[in-house]
Write a protein that binds this ligand. Structure first.
Ligand code: FUB
Length: 307
């Protein structure tokens, strides 16, 4: 059912997908959504879950890109980034996020490093939100330094990026511990030390966004994962924990969220285990639901829908 919704995209061409309720993308398994609002369009970036059923492991080699003028109808673009673009990486096109700056688009992505044990974060750049993107450094931006939580070798994953009102860019990331560091204006180098943020029961998947003068740091908590969040007036904290934002995402152990404002509404973008029996933790599907704020700036718990 899931994969039969549309014919395969023609190589090199964008293709309109039929409008669908959740999951919104039905022609491929998609995970770890990140969303970028740019010039009246939402760009949705996601990892491509390619593990054949019933394999219970991540098989992810490329990232996918979709765009929408209304959060209902989606166009699939040719894959703008493959893990092979990072010559120093071995595999694993894990979670990522794209941000615009000075007419360019910077894509921060977690991969398996080819030489240093464990995961690492690279950055790719393009003149267009739909790519193609190329490695902006030729080396990893963040690698396992073998001293932090790195005995598990995958704490350098799940990058999220934001630019504050002064123009200072920050990269947040982590698994088991949440880290952040400033980025230089060129967006391709860290600027200063890596800091650790104390958050209750942080698992992974930080996403930082701003709304009405507040910064929000949402993240996966526990395992199977729920999404929790904290708020602050500053990206350097202190962060105040505010509780659970989203419950378990059905038949997927992970839940990985992105949060955006678009055309006067707020959206919670995440993945679940899809709609058919072949889905689950390693064949995930991106979903979107409405997000609502309370008057004091806190977020109402998300109501996940399947339509
Ligand atoms: O997709 C691989 C990993 O699963 C991501 O890095 C995590 O956030 C989880 O969604």
């Amino acid at each position: 059912l899931l994969l039969a919704a549309v014919a395969p995209a023609l190589p090199g061409l964008a293709q309109a997908l039929p409008a669908a309720g959740n999951p919104i993308i039905r022609n491929k398994y998609t995970a770890d959504p990140a969303a970028l609002v740019h010039n009246g369009t939402v760009y949705l970036y996601a990892g491509h879950d390619e593990a054949p059923a019933p394999e219970q492991r991540y098989v992810m080699h490329e990232w996918l890109c979709y765009s929408s003028p209304d959060m209902v109808t989606w166009t699939e673009h040719p894959s703008p980034l493959n893990v092979k673009a990072f010559a120093w990486a071995k595999d694993d096109a894990w979670a990522s996020q794209v941000i615009a700056r000075n007419g360019k688009f910077y894509w921060y992505a977690a991969v398996e490093h080819g030489a240093v044990p464990g995961k690492a974060i690279g950055v790719a750049v393009s003149d267009s939100p739909t790519g193609p993107f190329k490695d902006a450094r030729g080396t990893a931006l963040v690698t396992n330094d073998m001293t932090t939580v790195a005995k598990i070798f995958w704490d350098d994953i799940d990058p999220t990026v934001i630019i504050d009102k002064t123009g200072q860019a920050y990269l947040f990331w982590g698994n088991s511990a949440c880290y952040y560091a400033k980025l230089k204006p060129n967006m391709t180098e860290l600027d200063g030390p890596i800091q650790t943020i104390k958050l209750p029961a942080f698992t992974e998947a930080p996403w930082v966004h701003q709304h009405n003068g507040w910064y929000y740091l949402s993240y996966a908590t526990g395992f199977p994962e729920k999404i929790a969040y904290a708020m602050s007036r500053s990206l350097e904290g202190p962060w105040v924990y505010k509780g659970i934002l989203n419950e378990l995402a059905g038949n997927s152990n992970t839940n990985h969220q992105a949060i955006i404002d678009f055309k006067g509404k707020s959206y919670f973008v995440y993945h679940n285990g899809g709609v058919n029996t072949d889905g689950g933790s390693f064949r995930r599907s991106v979903c979107v639901d409405n997000l609502f704020y309370n008057k004091d700036g806190t977020m109402k718990r998300v109501v996940m829908t399947s339509e």
